[in-house]
Design a protein around this ligand. Structure first.
Ligand code: BG6
Length: 502
């Protein structure tokens, strides 16, 4: 089905913020360059700072490519300053939108992008509704809500309720930028466009699954936000659980928003509630400490700007999950994420069961590391299959070899950024890659027992790990039942081992 783009206006709240400059405006620019936005269209930046259209354009210039034509695109940028907390100011906003619509000849199709502090996520929609900017009689009105969607189950439920007072579910686009990544979408294609994998994709042939999202960076300038959030809320509740959903779901009947979201929801509903009495056996949290990386000394998390010097916020979390359904019964899913790890790598590792009977000697530990399918989300995007083959020469020695595919080999295809893909989908009314309200709540329900436990017991174990390492040793115990242990990814997909990036 070819999706159509109709004339529209994108209103960005929080236009003077970082996300707008770094991600949103460049994403719209790329879409414009590929002629995907159709005509006419306009972007209206909105925030408190007083600014003219001209100075907004000037500010955005610096985030657009210096070596490409940008003047035509800049003419599409406009700006309006309002106090977003003041309902009265929304009359002014509505007038500006109306005159912009008349000026460019676009009817009332509007995407509102909430790139503001989360405290505004309920307030802005309410004020938009007060001036009729939720009314779709003259064109669509859609709202994109950035993360974090709530800080716990209760606040996520409240936010959903608040939003649904003024906008319908079909107007709400809750962003999880991981779903916008090409390689994440490819996961569905890999699973459902090939007859090879699906028969093996279950407890009979799979031993366990690992998902790692490691970051080399620390908290950078976001210490204030991060210290209130931590890895569980910042990465695991959203990005990692979405990956679990896509790996574990049943084939949807069609590739369409609700069909896919229904299958994802069923996975979340089947995740076994964590046993809070033995939380340590299923969840490990850690915090990075001062260390040396590549000969340079690096500070620990507690010394980062904006972080409480006695902070017990986790910068690493690993969790063991079970999905109690027909397909996954008895198969553990190990998921982990952390800051200041040895390298940046996000990948899914499907560990297949060993052969039922071992016929050959193995040079490498083939019995302990049987077939692995590694789906690399980033970087060096691609797919790696590890299998045992005969070592040339006498006897029957088995050696683990790699078969790989790198996205970069498709060098002539342009890979859009997550924000490009997601923005375009929203403009075209396709919510497939956005999270539905009930899915987000269910994902919070999965992590809520851990949040409660840590809040109740602030002294629950928090393990230190030197910056630049793979997290606390305790995360090894979590996976100790698996002979393979964690895979330690390197920057390059096909390499593995602890010390690949010196
Ligand atoms: C964001 C988190 O959602 O995802 C950040 O708030 C994290 O802390 C980022 O760094 C990771 O995204 P990516 O696309 O770089 O893997």
């Amino acid at each position: 089905m070819i999706k159509k783009t109709v004339p529209h206006i994108i209103v960005i709240f929080g236009a003077s913020g970082d996300l707008t400059k770094r991600k949103l405006v460049p994403a719209v620019y790329n879409l414009h360059q590929q002629d995907l936005l159709g005509h006419p269209f306009a972007i209206l930046g909105v925030s408190r700072t007083e600014m003219s259209d001209e100075s907004f354009r000037e500010k955005m210039k610096e985030f657009l490519p210096a070596d490409k034509p940008i003047d035509d695109f800049l003419n599409h940028l406009h700006y309006e300053s309002i106090q977003t907390t003041k309902e009265d100011d929304y009359h002014k906003l509505k007038q500006r939108i109306d005159s912009l619509s008349a000026e460019i000849g676009a009817p009332g199709n509007i995407v509102f992008y909430l790139s503001t502090p989360p405290s505004m996520y309920s307030i802005i929609p309410e004020h938009l509704a007060a001036v009729g900017l939720n009314n779709e009689s003259n064109g669509f009105k859609r709202i994109i809500i950035e993360k974090p969607f709530g800080t716990n189950l209760q606040s996520a439920r409240r936010l959903n309720k608040d939003l649904l007072k003024f906008f319908g579910e079909s107007q709400l686009y809750r962003i999880d930028h991981y779903l916008g990544k090409e390689t994440v979408q490819n996961l569905m294609v890999l699973r459902f466009a090939n007859s090879l994998w699906e028969p093996l994709w279950n407890h009979k042939y799979i031993d366990h699954i690992q998902i790692t999202s490691a970051e080399k960076l620390g908290v950078e300038k976001r210490g204030g936000y991060y210290d209130e959030s931590g890895a569980l809320r910042d990465m695991l509740q959203n990005h990692l659980l979405q990956l679990v959903g896509l790996v574990a779901m049943e084939p949807p009947t069609v590739i369409e928003a609700n069909a896919i979201r229904n299958e994802m929801l069923k996975v979340f509903q089947s995740i076994r509630p964590l046993d809070t009495k033995n939380l340590d056996q299923n969840v490990v949290r850690g915090q990075y400490t001062a260390s040396h990386i590549g000969g340079e000394s690096v500070i620990g998390y507690r010394d980062e700007e904006g972080v409480n010097p006695n902070s017990r916020t986790e910068t690493f979390v690993a969790m063991k999950l079970h999905i109690d359904n027909w397909r996954w019964s008895g198969i553990p899913f190990y998921i982990r994420t952390g800051k200041k790890m040895p390298t940046r790598a996000t990948e899914i590792v499907i560990n297949f069961r060993p052969t039922p009977h071992h016929l050959f000697d193995s040079l490498v530990n083939t019995i302990n590391t049987p077939n692995q399918l590694i789906i690399r989300i980033q970087p060096d995007e691609g797919i790696l299959l590890k299998m045992g083959l005969k070592e040339p020469g006498a006897g029957f020695n088995v050696k683990t070899v790699n078969m790989r595919f790198h996205y970069s080999d498709l060098s002539d295809s342009y890979v859009p950024t997550a924000y490009e893909r997601l923005l375009l989908d929203c403009i075209q009314g396709d919510a497939t890659l956005y999270a539905r309200g009930d899915n987000v709540e269910k994902a919070w329900e999965i992590v809520q027992p851990v949040i409660d436990e840590w809040e109740k017991n602030p002294n629950a174990p928090l393990h230190g790990y030197p910056a630049g390492t793979w997290g606390p040793l305790e995360s090894e115990s979590l996976i100790s039942n698996e002979a393979s242990g964690w895979r330690y990814p390197c920057k390059n997909l096909a390499n593995d081992g602890e010390y690949c990036e010196l």
